[in-house]
Design a protein around this ligand. Structure first.
Ligand SMILES: [Zn+2]
Length: 217
């Protein structure tokens, strides 16, 4: 997506989000607690691009932008918390414990992928539901986010999958829990795309917009 398209998209979202909130009840969203989990951190860099950009920084960049957009574009409709706000390593257990303590309704873990096959590309979304409600709502959230990433931003679709990740497996209480693999840092075009501030802003908007959409407000 070129810069002009990115700007057009941001403007579209600004209008969309404002209209959505003008027309509907804000109360449900305001009482919804969302935990965003930027993957990795500190000495755990996660995947790395050939230029040395680290997955932990991309994940934190996108998560931080969701917080900013939530406050600037839509006047804090969601109660958003991050599992980390800086470059620190948080254990997987502490990430789910935070979600549990906050009684989070929605938990979203943000990651980027890598593969030995440098042509592998696209976004995949993982769920690991423990009950019927979590299965239904996690699939809906995951599907909605992936549809936005694919249809609006043009990222290749790899599908919605079951993934036995600890942050999903140990998260019993949230209504919807998903782990996003946004793209492959081992693939040159996706590495370049995911490293850019404007791309991270666009992805942050898709995620925020998707949360708002699944709340049905
Ligand atoms: Zn990761």
């Amino acid at each position: 997506m070129n810069t002009l398209n990115q700007i057009t998209f941001l403007l579209f979202c600004l209008v969309f989000l404002n209209l959505t909130y003008a027309q509907n009840s804000k109360d449900q969203a305001r009482s919804t607690i969302v935990v965003i989990d930027p993957g990795h951190g500190g000495k755990d860099s996660g995947a790395t691009t050939r230029k040395g950009i680290k997955e932990k920084d991309i994940a934190l960049g996108i998560a931080s932008k969701i917080v900013v957009l939530n406050s600037k574009l839509v006047e804090n409709p969601l109660m958003l918390f991050l599992t980390r706000y800086s470059d620190t390593l948080i254990s997987l257990n502490d990430r789910t414990q935070l979600s549990k303590k906050l009684k989070a309704d929605i938990f979203i873990s943000i990651h980027c992928n890598q593969a030995i096959n440098r042509t592998a590309s696209g976004t995949e979304v993982f769920i690991y539901p423990k009950n019927e409600v979590q299965a239904e709502e996690s699939a809906y959230l995951g599907f909605t986010i992936q549809k936005g990433l694919v249809d609006i931003l043009g990222i290749k679709k790899r599908g919605l999958k079951y993934g036995n990740f600890q942050v999903l497996r140990d998260n019993h209480d949230s209504r919807a829990t998903v782990l996003l693999e946004l793209g492959f840092l081992s693939q040159t075009d996706e590495a370049t795309y995911l490293s850019k501030e404007e791309s991270q802003n666009a992805i942050a908007l898709v995620i925020l917009q998707s949360i708002i959409k699944i709340l049905g407000v």
